[in-house]
Design a protein around this ligand. Structure first.
Ligand code: DC
Length: 229
């Protein structure tokens, strides 16, 4: 089934599974839109932090989530993320922001406030939706659902490499611990926990190159009739 007539591919998975890079590369190769839902949660986390809101106030957090104005500017390379017009791309990618996002993402009121906004990303000719609950909650009717994962060691190594390349200094053992904590919180929260949708295809990318992963997903797209070549 399409989402309002628009084909959607949901790509879910834990931190470091490579879903960000894979989703982007797939969206570019298909010339489809991209929803980086983690960036939405990270933007809300940053706003909550800047406004000094307490995590114990779900109504205030949900109101902040509704007020958060995020723009994805494809004009910059790599793509820039603007929060109320301010370029926050680098700030959003820090581990602190990811951990904070994971905390506010466990609050049902915040998830509810972002649900409709995420659905609005489904526009022609198609959408690649990257997140934790794209296939289970936000786009349950998506034609293709992929649950991308990799071994914990490989995920920590990939994330470490990414951060070092961005000039962010972090130790591998600290990062492994942080990832384990985030996995635990994301998978065990009451609302929209991280788990494969029942009809998701699970893809373990350990030992695969990004190109091999994209190629595999393109085969599934063809099988689902979403891609003709
Ligand atoms: O994908 P990411 O690392 O940018 O996501 C940051 C956090 O946001 C992640 O730890 C959990 C939360 N998140 C979520 O709960 N649901 C989503 N669809 C996307 C992200």
């Amino acid at each position: 089934m399409t989402v309002n007539g628009v084909p959607v591919v949901a790509i879910d998975g834990p931190t470091g599974s490579g879903k960000g890079a894979i989703s982007r590369s797939l969206a570019v190769s298909l010339d489809w839109h991209l929803l980086d839902s983690g960036a939405l949660y990270r933007s809300v986390a940053l706003k909550v932090n800047r406004e000094g809101l307490a995590l114990s106030e779900p109504a205030a957090l949900a109101a902040a989530a509704s007020r958060t104005r995020v723009e994805f500017s494809a004009a910059a390379e790599p793509e820039a993320i603007l929060l109320h017009g301010d370029n926050v791309t680098a700030l959003l990618r820090t581990e602190e922001c990811g951990a904070m996002a994971s905390r506010i993402a466990a609050i049902p009121e915040v998830r509810k406030a972002l649900w409709k906004r995420q659905r609005a990303f489904a526009r022609p000719p198609g959408l690649v939706a990257d997140g934790r609950d794209m296939g289970t909650v936000v786009f349950p009717e998506a034609e293709l659902k992929v649950y991308l994962t990799a071994s914990p060691e490989e995920r920590a190594r990939r994330r470490h490499k990414q951060l070092i390349q961005k000039g962010i200094d972090v130790s591998l053992p600290d990062l492994s611990e942080d990832i384990a904590r985030r996995d635990e919180r994301d998978a065990n929260r009451v609302v929209a926990p991280l788990k494969p949708a029942e009809d998701a295809r699970v893809l373990d990318s350990t030992g695969l190159t990004p190109e091999e992963v994209v190629a595999r997903i393109r085969v599934w797209l063809r099988e689902s009739g979403l891609l003709s070549n």
